[in-house]
Design a protein around this ligand. Structure first.
Ligand code: 13P
Ligand code: SF4
Length: 301
């Protein structure tokens, strides 16, 4: 039997749904029931009626799906797909900063581990970071771990933003440097520059549009322009080309590949459904606390 057919058969037998992030391998994106950004995937996970969620993404995403669906089984087909940015914020480091700013509230990027989320007031994604920060009561917001997303938020709020840790960033988005963009713009002078808020400030400042991965796709669909230079992980181009075959897309840098996002293959998806592995397990006490912070984010419309 073809691998894809085997996956579809197992999916039906297990009453499973396959969710995939926009940076996944093209063949994984093509078999998914829903493809999207971190916010869309969290919403899908919370709305899903399936018994099993196969999460084709990275650790913190599958962990989030499991926290908001304690009664469901969440599988991460490659349990070694660990996001380096999420590793950059440890609980002791967060607690130290919270001690320093007792009147502040804490908003953490969804790219964090469950134990750290459990000590936040609210979670955010790249699609709603400014909205979430502006919805908080405190004038000072502890925000982490992405210093570039913090730069994006600072430009859209009057609140004081304290970044923890100051060094936090996405190594993949940091591969995109001004020299790369200059080169891409010289080669494609008609193209609009559309970037993710995880890119460095210098590139955010010259971009035509900044958005989450789903926001980038929506923007390119609605723009009258036909050519785009994309400042994000280059996997996004698969969906862009599929959904807008008449338009042209160029990666801002060929170096912007997230190896972690590419770890899941169709074989891993098949194996995870066949053997019901690798199950995400978050300790109940941590999950109960973290759920409140994720649900608070999901309640902000
Ligand atoms: P979004 O798809 O939510 O914009 O996130 C990008 C990302 O880096 C996920 O790891
Ligand atoms: Fe983590 Fe960056 Fe990869 Fe997203 S693109 S999973 S933030 S390393």
């Amino acid at each position: 039997m073809e691998l894809t057919d085997e996956i579809l058969k197992l999916k039906a037998e297990r009453n499973a749904v396959i969710l995939a992030h926009n940076y996944q391998r093209p063949e994984v994106i093509d078999i998914a029931d829903y493809v999207g950004d971190s916010l869309g995937l969290s919403r899908q996970a919370s709305a899903s009626k399936a018994k099993v969620i196969v999460f084709c993404g990275v650790d913190f995403m599958a962990e989030t799906a499991s926290i908001i669906n304690p009664e469901k089984t969440v599988l991460l087909p490659a349990e070694w797909a660990l996001c380096p940015m999420a590793m950059m914020l440890s609980l002791p480091e967060l607690l130290n900063v919270q001690k320093e700013y007792p009147d502040a509230e804490t908003v953490l990027y969804i790219n964090t581990h469950a134990d750290v989320k459990a000590h936040a007031d609210c979670i955010c994604t790249s699609a709603n970071a400014d909205k979430i920060v502006n919805s908080m009561k405190a004038d000072t917001i502890i925000f982490g771990p992405d210093r570039n997303l913090a730069y994006y938020v600072r430009k859209r709020t009057k609140k004081k933003i304290v970044v923890v840790p100051e060094r936090g960033l996405c190594p993949t988005h940091h591969m995109i440097q001004p020299d790369d963009v200059e080169k891409a713009r010289r080669a494609h002078p008609q193209a609009e520059l559309v970037v993710h808020p995880e890119v460095i400030p210098e590139l955010q400042d010259i971009a035509d549009h900044i958005a989450s991965t789903e926001g980038m796709i929506m923007y390119c669909k609605s723009s009258p322009k036909n050519e785009f230079i994309l400042g994000t992980e280059s996997g996004i181009i698969h969906r862009m080309k599929k959904e807008m075959p008449e338009k042209k897309f160029y990666p801002a840098s060929d170096m912007a590949v997230c190896n972690t996002m590419k770890m899941i293959t169709l074989h891993h998806v098949r194996d995870s459904l066949r053997d019901m592995k690798h199950k995400v397990a978050v300790p109940k006490e941590t999950a109960d606390k973290a759920r409140k912070t994720i649900e608070r984010m999901l309640s902000v419309k």
